[in-house]
Design a protein around this ligand. Structure first.
Ligand code: FNR
Length: 190
């Protein structure tokens, strides 16, 4: 499976990037050959229709191709005032765009969502809006109870990933559900 990991944060040492590093490590321990790639939202320019018409951003082209070729998109988002950060929304806006006969890379894409925050709710309040945007763009959001990493700045880490067994188990449960959903999609395509 090809899995694209997209952190909603532009911050170095991001808690949400740590979530995705944990997911990468979980994937490496699960059966099957799983290939991961990172999509950095900070590399994308602000959406602008003129730029899109001129096909003017190599970073956007690369991001759209990456997601179009993925079996699974895995997003972990911060909560900024109860919503996803603007940089993540901007990335989704670019990814939402069809080109002629070529559909949006988000259309039909199996997508898993998590969040992390230093606070006690783990940023889960940002997930509803994110899921609504993804569904509006035609993505197939993985059904699972919301996984938010609360007090994420204090959770133990090793090599840039979380190690708390209960937290890793919740992320593994979401990852397994996502792989199962992506497997279903792969079978539909063959
Ligand atoms: C925040 N933060 C925050 N946290 C939260 O749990 N609920 C919230 O509504 C907000 N709102 C918010 C707004 C803005 C503008 C900023 C900059 C921050 C704190 C946020 O969770 C914290 O900065 C995380 O560390 C962001 O995630 P990354 O960058 O570590 O992945």
């Amino acid at each position: 499976m090809k899995i694209v990991l997209m952190s909603g944060s532009t911050r170095r040492d991001s808690l949400n990037t740590t979530v995705l590093e944990t997911v990468r490590h979980i994937l490496a321990g699960l059966p099957g050959a799983h290939e991961t790639a990172d999509l950095a939202v900070a590399e994308l320019p602000y959406y602008e229709a003129g730029l899109e018409l001129a096909d003017g951003s190599a970073a956007v082209r690369a991001a759209k191709d990456l997601v179009a070729g993925a079996d699974l998109l895995f997003i972990s988002t911060p909560s900024y005032n109860g919503a996803m950060p603007g940089a993540l929304k901007n990335a989704l806006d670019w990814l939402s765009r069809a080109e002629g006969e070529t559909p949006s890379p988000l259309a039909g894409r199996v997508t898993a969502v998590a969040s992390a925050s230093p606070g006690g709710r783990g940023g889960v309040e940002a997930q509803a809006g994110l899921v609504a945007v993804l569904e509006r763009c035609g993505a197939r959001v993985v059904g699972h109870e919301p996984v938010g990493v609360a007090r994420a700045a204090k959770a133990p880490t090793e090599d840039g990933r979380y190690t708390d067994p209960e937290l890793v188990a919740r992320l593994e449960s979401l990852t397994r559900a996502a792989l199962a959903a992506a497997g279903t999609r792969a079978e539909v395509l063959v």
